[in-house]
Design a protein around this ligand. Structure first.
Ligand code: MN
Length: 737
């Protein structure tokens, strides 16, 4: 290269650097600019003699990665600095100590993570789940910016994949498709995910990619015409009503068209014109929800919606933070068109992920709120389908950021929460292995059951058939799986002891001429200050209870009379449930129920005003059910002696969740009318709404908060008056979430 050429190259690099500064959302602070300048100089110097496969100076790569990180992901100064330096420790003379000395500890921690991650090798042809690998990548990165910069790095490598060797292209592309595109998706970075997928297709299926992209270009004009015709009436009406907005019509990505053609076996012509119209409102956060629904109402005034396809992610955002209102409407030519309605803020979250969200909240991109963001990300990475887990409560603490990865003797990867013990690992393998566990070998060294594991440990479990779960195991296991296994084994044990106790107690009661009945048993467990019949029997079985006290109790024939001292005793007592919004009272009639706690049963969710009764359960005290409860008949016929009368005494402004089911004839705008009544007219707080339609008949379900039955009745009455609605009823089943 001649001197003049080198001079020119230097100028171009500086120009590129300046373009990075222009797109960066920098604070006014001089330190930020100085840090970026310093990082640029360090990287420029370190990579000075390196060139990329394309022949261009290497520094273009870190510059491009920094630009993606700030422009397309929305990250701030620290991330820009790290992106500029991201390949220095791995590929040049620069050490992590140099970085620590020159920059702050945060920067060196992120660079360390990036260097570690590049050592993780993923082979999609091996059967180890990509999901676990994705998690491992995230665990190696203490700071979520590590993964975001890695994604920017990968995106630039994909954009410049053309100059690589064919076999490398395929390897990098498939790794991207299995690992990084799904990761980008989970983090809410939709644009990056789409571009990564399109680029993967370009290299793995070049002909198909060319074919689809050429056809898309050719059909562009038809699509544009259709879109502008479609949005014209909506646009005019919205302008009349003074909405500020931006309407976009955008085709599906090449990859998603290809994917549809492949999976459904249909030709391009059947999928190419599927696209979404996006209406982006310029509304502040106070009005954005109401405005979105107003726009929805205007859109459906022009085009008939498919009620089946209404998606309200504004009231209930997706786990990764996505907020938007989606509906699918019929165009005049008979084609279904998806319309997405959202505010500017929601749109930025949709395109850039949560980084955008926090910038909106704090007006600075790099602040401490990042912690909150990481927390949200951790939550959503934890498990895409928590419904599958029946030990949700225990599981909640297993936050993703706190995971470790350990291996079986055969090299199989297991994921556990941080501070998990060898016993957790045993239960992770199988509940039987857990129950019989007497010890473990960690990295070939013998350790106790309570030994805390670390990432990378290899664990072998030692079992004995004589071993069985112990109460104190619960003190050092962390996973929901281990806890619930141990608890259920202990419960089995408890039942055996309790049945022994039951025999002893029955003999004792008979010898004193007391009846063995519900009334007396309840008096006894209250007297011994225990929670349930089972506890009573269990403690007798363990011989922990002094049964000689029973004969000192007052009696009325074969019945025990006993009132705990706490409160003055009369035949009736009022209990109060207190919530943040008010109080509600319940009166239990007949018998003595002092000191007995009650709960509202979850199978029928009684609300004030409902006809209710009390049911004395074996383990959970008194439960209140609606007389219409689906389980009521069974309870009343089989356990009449456990039923007590109950009635409400008052109710104030407390809200109860109810489900309302309705049915009717599908007509234009009916959903709109219904939602208007619920949210606007009665000021009821709606929690969710869903509709189904079949052959002109629609059915829907609304979950909403009401104060009591009269509030509910007036709501039902109003809904019944809606033109087209045929039936409205409260949902009686236990399907309330
Ligand atoms: Mn790189």
């Amino acid at each position: 290269m001649t001197g003049a050429e080198l001079e020119k190259e230097k100028k171009e690099i500086l120009n590129y650097y300046r373009s990075l500064l222009r797109v960066a959302r920098l604070s006014k602070s001089k330190e930020d600019r100085a840090d970026i300048r310093k990082a640029f100089n360090v990287a420029l110097d370190a990579h000075i003699n390196m060139r990329r496969k394309s022949g261009e100076p290497y520094i273009y790569h870190p510059l491009a990665v920094a630009k993606i990180a700030t422009e397309e992901i929305g990250l701030g100064t620290t991330a820009i600095v790290c992106a500029l330096l991201h390949d220095t420790v791995e590929d040049t003379e620069i050490t992590l100590e140099d970085i620590t000395r020159l920059f702050n500890p945060k920067v060196s921690k992120i660079i360390d993570g990036l260097t570690k991650i590049s050592g993780v090798y993923f082979d999609p042809s091996k059967s180890i789940q990509a999901e676990n690998f994705r998690k491992m990548l995230l665990t190696l990165s203490d700071d979520v910016r590590v993964i975001l910069i890695k994604l920017a790095d990968r995106l630039h490598n994909m954009r410049t994949l053309g100059s690589m060797r064919r076999d490398k292209q395929l390897k990098i592309a498939s790794e991207t498709l299995y690992l990084y595109a799904p990761l980008a998706h989970r983090l809410g970075l939709y644009n990056i995910k789409t571009e990564l997928e399109d680029l993967c297709l370009k290299y793995t299926h070049p002909e198909e990619y060319e074919l689809i992209s050429t056809k898309l270009k050719k059909t562009q004009a038809v699509r544009t015409r259709f879109i502008s015709r479609f949005i014209h009436p909506i646009k005019t009406e919205l302008a009349k009503q003074n909405f500020k907005l931006n309407i976009k019509g955008r085709p599906k990505s090449i990859y998603s068209i290809w994917n549809k053609m492949e999976t459904k076996g249909v030709p391009f012509e059947e999928v190419y014109d599927i696209f979404a119209i996006r209406i982006i409102l310029d509304s502040g956060s106070e009005n954005e929800k109401a405005d979105s629904w107003k726009v929805y109402s205007i859109v459906t005034d022009f085009y008939r919606p498919n009620p089946d396809r209404l998606r309200d992610w504004i009231s209930i955002p997706k786990a990764n933070g996505y907020e938007s209102l989606h509906t699918t409407v019929m165009s005049p030519s008979g084609k279904w068109v998806e319309v997405q309605i959202r505010s500017n803020r929601m749109n930025e979250i949709a395109e850039k992920g949560f980084a955008a969200h926090w910038r909106y909240k704090t007006n600075q991109s790099d602040a401490g709120n990042l912690d909150l963001w990481i927390e949200r990300i951790s939550e959503m990475l934890e498990n895409p389908n928590p419904d599958a887990l029946d030990f949700m409560d225990d599981f909640k603490m297993n936050l993703f950021s706190d995971e470790i990865f350990v291996f079986t003797p055969k090299g199989e990867l297991k994921t556990l929460p941080t501070n998990a013990t060898s016993l957790d690992f045993a239960y992770e393998i199988h509940s039987q292995v857990g129950s019989n566990c007497i010890g473990a070998k960690v990295n070939y060294k013998l350790v106790p059951l309570s030994h805390q594991l670390k990432s990378g440990d290899q664990v072998e479990i030692i079992t004995s058939k004589k071993q069985k779960p112990k109460e104190d195991w619960l003190k050092f296991v962390l996973t929901g799986k281990a806890k619930s296994s141990i608890k259920s084994a202990l419960k089995e044990d408890k039942k055996k002891v309790a049945s022994l106790g039951k025999g002893i107690l029955e003999r004792k009661l008979s010898s004193l001429n007391f009846h063995v009945n519900q009334h007396n048993l309840m008096k006894l467990f209250t007297f011994y200050k225990l929670k349930s019949e089972l506890d009573l029997m269990y403690n007798i079985g363990l011989k922990k209870i002094d049964l000689s006290q029973i004969k000192k109790l007052k009696r009325e024939g074969p019945n025990i009379i006993y009132h705990p001292r706490k409160k003055p005793t009369k035949g009736k007592e009022k209990k109060e449930i207190t919530t943040s919004s008010g109080k509600v009272g319940l009166q239990i009639l007949g018998g003595d129920f002092h000191g007995v706690d009650y709960k509202l049963s979850s199978c029928c969710n009684p609300i004030p005003g409902d006809d209710v009764f009390g049911f004395i359960t074996k383990h959970e005290g008194l439960k209140i059910h609606r007389t219409k409860c689906p389980n009521a008949i069974e309870m009343m016929s089989n356990f009449a002696y456990r039923i007590v009368q109950a009635k409400w005494t008052n109710s104030e402004s407390i809200a109860f969740l109810v489900g309302i089911h309705f049915k009717g004839i599908d007509r234009l705008g009916i959903i709109n009318n219904i939602t208007k009544i619920i949210s606007a007219e009665l000021n009821v707080n709606m929690r969710s709404i869903s509709f189904d339609t079949d052959d002109g008949i629609f059915e829907g379900k609304i979950m909403a908060f009401v104060n009591d039955t009269s509030h509910l009745d007036s709501l039902v009455k109003k809904l019944k008056k809606v033109d087209g609605v045929l039936a409205v009823s409260r949902i009686d089943t236990s399907s309330l979430p």
